[in-house]
Design a protein around this ligand. Sequence first.
Ligand code: FAD
Length: 473
Amino acid sequence: MSILAVLQEIVGAEHVLVAEQAQAYLTDWRGRYTGKAQAVVRPGSVEEVAKVVKTCLQYDIPVVPQGGNTGLCGGATPNNKGDAIVVLLTRLNQVLEIDTDNDTITVQAGCILQSVQEAAAKAGRLFPLSLAAEGSCTIGGNLATNAGGTQVLRYGNARDLALGLQVVTADGEIWDGLRGLRKDNTGYDLRNLYIGSEGTLGIITAATLKLYPQPVAKCTALLALDDIDAAVKMLSRARSGFGASLTGFELMSNYCLTSVTKLFPQQKMPFEGPSLESEWYALLEISDSESAGHARERFELVVGEAIEAGEVQDAVIAESIQQSKDLWHLRESIPLAEAEIGKGIKHDVSIPVSRIAEFVAKTNELLQASFPGVRHIIFGHLGDGNLHYNVGAPLGQEEGFLSRQKEIYEVVHNSVHAFNGSISAEHGVGQLKKDLLPNYKSAVELSLMRKIKRALDPNGIMNPGKVINSVDI
Ligand code: FAD
């Protein structure tokens, strides 16, 4: 019997997509990778996922898990051999349980992130993971890539929000680890091996996640700053002034925001006069558990002190929910503006916060020395030390610029390494950065990773060619 016939028996013929029907799942979100597969299979239950994996194991066929296909490292795209089966998790989209006394929500892996946020809100709770792809990405994909987003400095990344997992292992067994426990010291931490493994060790089919109280009020402001040092000082001030209420601190260069307002004229900077010329801006948000008035009072006090100390040049505090949304919209439009400016070379890196100003100055200088005129498109989650340090072609020299990716990667990533940073802060490794890992991880670390891969996926069927090879090649 052919593998496709077996898979049709397991999930139903209408859920085995081939040829044209499969195409949309074979190219990544950025359109940088296109692969081939025998079929895209949509199981409807954890048991079906397990049977699909067992069948692939029996036929020695690679399995590529896929959620919302919004990943930015090509992790969910099969290679070009054409033998793989893409396992799409989107039919596993049920909220299984909300336990408000335990402050947990248990959901299937194919739930869209936004629907998990909405289910939590309906129960009067907050599920705080938030990122621009939340209308399309799935919880399984968020956990598989250990996604970050805009509220990590307060609530942590996807790993920090997960208490339990259900996983179909590479042997096609079901591991039910859906425990909603904050304390569980009973041996090796399997949950945290699967989180961030980008589908290379098994398939996450459900998760028990932490919930938090809904904030009563939020206060958002855009700050104009002279330099990154001032932003770091303001971050420190905000951390001690707001404590756990600080939920957002995003850094954006003038070039980023000017590009947004030029390309999307309906979006406006809230400043006038010299503040429009500031080199840097920060978007600051606090969540308050008392009232809007209390939030505003605390906000004005801390930001007022920063202005008096000369750390902040100007500040606009949102007067309404709409104005707060508009400020976030400016931030979230930067990637869209980038796409309009022309394809750039992107780096998702993290650096100790205290060294970010020095890192940016040094790396800008190194790049200008080797590639005069390149544009620096820098923004990110400053509170997490996470920068999207992107490099655009010199004006008028866009043609062929992407072919210089390898050289530019080398300059930027070597600099990140010299500052004791990470070459992938929140997007993962996938196929994009797999071959770079050996340059920036020690032989011991790589060897341990390979041993884990071989132990949990001895036949090497799980998402081959992503993150790390099973053997040293
Ligand atoms: P996919 O893209 O389908 O898959 C991603 C990886 O996970 C692949 O390796 C895949 O094989 C694996 N995978 C998927 N589902 C499973 C599963 N159930 N079990 C095992 N493995 C699985 N990321 C951030 O961290 N922070 C951001 O602020 C952020 N902003 C973004 C903004 C935009 C506009 C976009 C397009 C992406 C952004 N991302 C961000 C990238 C982010 O990683 C993804 O959006 C999301 O986490 C991936 O979820 P997905 O369901 O789309 O996964």
